[in-house]
Design a binder for this molecule. Sequence first.
Ligand code: NAG
Ligand code: NAG
Ligand code: NAG
Ligand code: NAG
Length: 563
Amino acid sequence: MGRLFCFLLCILISMPLLIVAQPLSTDSRWIVNSESGQRVKLACVSWPSHLEVVVAEGLSKKAVDEISQDIRDMGFNCVRLTWPLFLFTNDTLASITVRQSLRNLGLFASISGFQANNPSIIDLSLIDAYKEVVASLAKKQVMIILDNHTSKPGWCCSTFDGNGFFGDEFFNPEVWIKGLTTVATTFNDTKYVVAMSLRNELRGPRQNVDDWYRYMQQGAEAVHAANPNVLVILSGLQYDRDLSFLVDKPVALTFSNKLVFELHWYGFSDGQAWKTGNPNEVCGRLVSETMTKAGFLLTQGFPLFLSEFGMDMRGTNINDNRYMNCFMGWAAEQDVDWALWTLTGSYYLRDGIAGFDETYGVYDWNWCNTRNQSILRRISSLQYPFRGPGYAESREHRVLFHPMTGLCVKRISILKPLILGPCTEAEAWSYSPQQTLTIKGTYFCLQADGLGKPVKLGITCSDGNSKWEAISDSKMQLSTNLEAKKSVCLDVDSDNKVVTNDCKCLDNRNNKCDPGSQWFKIIDSTRRSQSGRSDFFHEIGLTGEPIARTIISLWEGMQLTIS
Ligand SMILES: *[C@@H]1O[C@H](CO)[C@@H](O)[C@H](O)[C@H]1NC(C)=O
Ligand SMILES: *[C@@H]1O[C@H](CO)[C@@H](O)[C@H](O)[C@H]1NC(C)=O
Ligand SMILES: *[C@@H]1O[C@H](CO)[C@@H](O)[C@H](O)[C@H]1NC(C)=O
Ligand SMILES: *[C@@H]1O[C@H](CO)[C@@H](O)[C@H](O)[C@H]1NC(C)=O
């Protein structure tokens, strides 16, 4: 199964995996490796192990090593492995075997599946089973982030579940520190365990900033003392949506270059706002709010780990779809580290339901194939860094990112229309103060050529049709003027060609429209494009403007003949 899976996936996502030299540390807002100081972009998937069974999900469906291999083959370099505190503080719980745990919950179908797929794990204690999963991931060179998800095993999270904040029923700060220390010590020197997140989604009526500083600082120190190798990840208040209090008061720690902050952002973080509002307006507003509540940390010189985001993989949830178009643009532009929620195809038991189907899961119910290959491929466009230490193979330029597809504007040849392609093959642009988009190192600029028609590359770049303004509240629609001052927006047609169409959805009262296909983000990049520079212009050694003019008129003539 694993091989077939890989075969199918590798064709679609042929992205090499970063092999990482540990331990990791931070260099301003970047996470870097210890050896060369090169950026390591965390591109993780969450693998829950904090539910009632207290075993990593899916082991009744597939061998642990096959799952680890799939994770790699899908291009993730890291797993956010969740754990419930009590696994590390309650020896009675920790010493129950997997088989007993499943039996206690009446999960007999899972027992036979587990026996068939992971016979060497089923009779291990819960704590040893957890370590086996860590070892399997490490064997496949997948980094691991240990995430203290809950105290009491079970589905997380709600405001009154007693797991929300220091002092809640199941959240005794002393037990917490003790647990953190145990975990950090247990995995001290465990290769590939690169970070620990102290606590998932702080929330509820008790939350307050004073206790946050008090206990988070203590927790961070405890982890660092027990395991100086791991990055320490701190989450914010309000379900990990709010770190704004850090604007005025940084955390005070005795160690440096190990601190990372985390943020969660889902479509449902804002209820049904995406569905009931105008996508341009909602995107503009929520991106700005996200920057105020957490994104500012990047400019303060801290890495921000977007440790939970995700969408309904059926593609039928309008709220999620609109959110994802906006989120992808933001995540690519900020080039943040991230963890997708979730790997799970189905749970042994969630919310009292055996075999609970996870519609946000990467795997299908059976943990056999991917639930939605096109969505996964799209998210995979965020797996590679656009910039950061060690990614300066190319001079600074811009790429035109299309969040709805996860693709970038690319050029096959001067004679063919611009299309969308993998961002690893993105065309490199410069964006001038006059708002012209010029192919870096050439005189060719992007021009509108007519309604519904492919855009073209021209060299008379002072005309109205060469000026591209980012409009609407989302600032993701690139608008230009055709003759007679008609305003059009960059778009993509059904053939994947980059065209211009009437600008959609500019009236903020309209919530029925979806401008997704017209959303582009102009992103800073220093990464070399794999398309290389061995293209038409360079092959003929074209550098001077006079030659360019000759060639372009020749080309425009040919275009006329062709069309
Ligand atoms: C420890 O775990 C066992 C088994 O789940 C449970 O019965 C017991 O109540 C737990 N003890 C504490 C102190 O939570
Ligand atoms: C995990 O978080 C819970 C809060 O529910 C806390 O009680 C517990 O001590 C934490 N454990 C560790 C090891 O961080
Ligand atoms: C953890 O590992 C480090 C480095 O290998 C070592 O110096 C330290 O003593 C260990 N700490 C504990 C608590 O085991
Ligand atoms: C995958 O998602 C797309 C939307 O991005 C949707 O159109 C398609 O139906 C989904 N496929 C499956 C198999 O759910």
